[in-house]
Write a protein that binds this ligand. Structure first.
Ligand code: FEO
Length: 397
């Protein structure tokens, strides 16, 4: 597909990949995707923003060649070094030897490890400006939208935000304009956010306000359609979705699995204690839960308690299934505790606790374990332990 003009001397030079079925190994892409790259021709300097996936390089350079002589490129802005955007970087530098790479400070090692050769690389911080002559790029570092290196830039002369993986959708169709979409773009925009951005909401809450100083009239992302109308609507969706709702809910999730009711009895002790201390408890039986709903509950909970038996030296699969979705939402810093009944070794609680700590949750130091059926003394001890866990959850740090 040939280059498309966004504004005077501003062009899309990306490529379409309508047949892509899966993105990043795990995300189904029923509508394919695009790899968007852009050219901005100032009076004195020319900048290219991002490249494309390597296998599409021929088409990318053909599009680029329609607009400029590649040898004349002064800057290659590498917003994010994932190979779907940096796959043409080496070839571009070979054809444009004077080109200087502009990336975030965090992006420098990524670029170096991709190039594995000498290059002019400049790392930029918030508010760095690149003057192209009558056009200028104003940078904001936006860590974890989608990688630690992510950079966005605003072109005030044309009020365009180049947002890289932010505000994107995996959707390839005849047009490139969001207002000409032939599917439910609101849904695709959500689906992309859910899969790509949602694990990083804690970072987004810090990043997104940086964009408020810009009068964004057009959003030009790295995947899918370009939003030339009602840009604020799309920006606001991220602000809303990424908001932290844990404080207003004051919620703790207790998820358990129990074959003979022993771990369940411990769960009830924890649930009663947490409720008595004023916390809103969402109790979930891991054996009969909807993992999509569990993701929502995890996101809204300030703490998560796991109750697992131990079978064959391990925690049980339904518990691991819930642990397995933790990475798909932002859990860093949430508090956690583990308990469970066991028959032989009781390794399951420790394995879960170790995994949670590895994911940077704040885990109460001691898992509470009971061998087989909790006695009256065991239940009294569980109540004492639950009170300590509750205090740990309610404490400020
Ligand atoms: Fe589109 Fe994170 O790469």
């Amino acid at each position: 597909m040939p280059a498309i003009q966004l504004a005077e001397n501003v062009f899309w030079v990306g490529v379409k990949d309508p047949k892509l079925a899966v993105f990043d190994i795990v995300m189904k892409t029923d509508h394919g995707t695009t790899y968007n790259a852009y050219v901005i021709k100032g009076r004195t300097k020319t900048a290219v923003i991002d490249t494309v996936k390597a296998e599409f390089s021929d088409e990318f350079f053909a599009n680029l060649g329609e607009i400029i002589d590649v040898a004349d490129i002064d800057y290659l802005v590498v917003n994010h070094n994932e190979p779907d955007h940096s796959g043409g970087m080496i070839r571009l530098l070979e054809q444009a030897p004077k080109a200087e790479i502009i990336c975030s400070m965090a992006g420098i090692p990524f670029v170096k490890n991709t190039l594995n050769r000498e290059a002019k690389i400049t790392g930029v911080k918030d508010n760095h400006t690149l003057d192209l002559g009558g056009k200028s790029l104003h940078f904001k570092v936006m860590p974890y939208m989608h990688w630690p290196d992510t950079l966005m830039e605003f072109l005030p002369e044309d009020k365009i935000l180049f947002s890289n993986d932010g505000f994107a959708a995996h959707y390839s169709f005849e047009s490139l304009w969001a207002d000409e979409a032939t599917i439910d773009l609101d849904h695709e925009f959500w689906y992309y956010y859910d899969a790509i951005m949602r694990p990083f909401t804690g970072y987004m809450r810090r990043n997104l306000p940086k964009l408020n100083e810009f009068d964004v009239q057009m959003i030009a992302p790295s995947h899918g359609p370009i939003f030339r109308r009602n840009a604020r609507k799309w920006l606001d969706k991220y602000v809303d979705w990424a908001a932290d709702r844990t404080d207003e809910k004051n919620q703790v999730m207790v998820v358990f699995a129990s074959n003979y009711g022993n771990t369940r009895r411990l769960a009830d002790v924890f649930i009663d204690q947490l409720k008595a201390d004023g916390l809103n408890v969402v109790a979930i039986n891991a054996e009969a839960c909807d993992l999509e709903k569990v993701r929502d509950e995890i996101e809204m909970s300030r703490a998560i308690l796991f109750g697992t038996p131990t079978f064959a030296g391990d925690a049980v699969k339904p518990i691991w299934d819930v642990v397995g979705v933790l990475h798909s939402v932002y859990t860093q810093g949430k508090k956690a505790a583990v308990f469970g009944s066991y028959g032989w070794g009781g390794e399951g609680t420790k394995l879960v606790a170790d995994r949670l700590a590895g994911m940077k949750l704040k885990v109460y130091p001691d898992a509470f374990r009971v061998r087989l059926v909790p006695s009256d003394d065991d239940l009294a001890e569980a109540r004492d332990h639950a009170a300590k866990v509750s205090e740990f959850i309610r404490s400020a740090d």
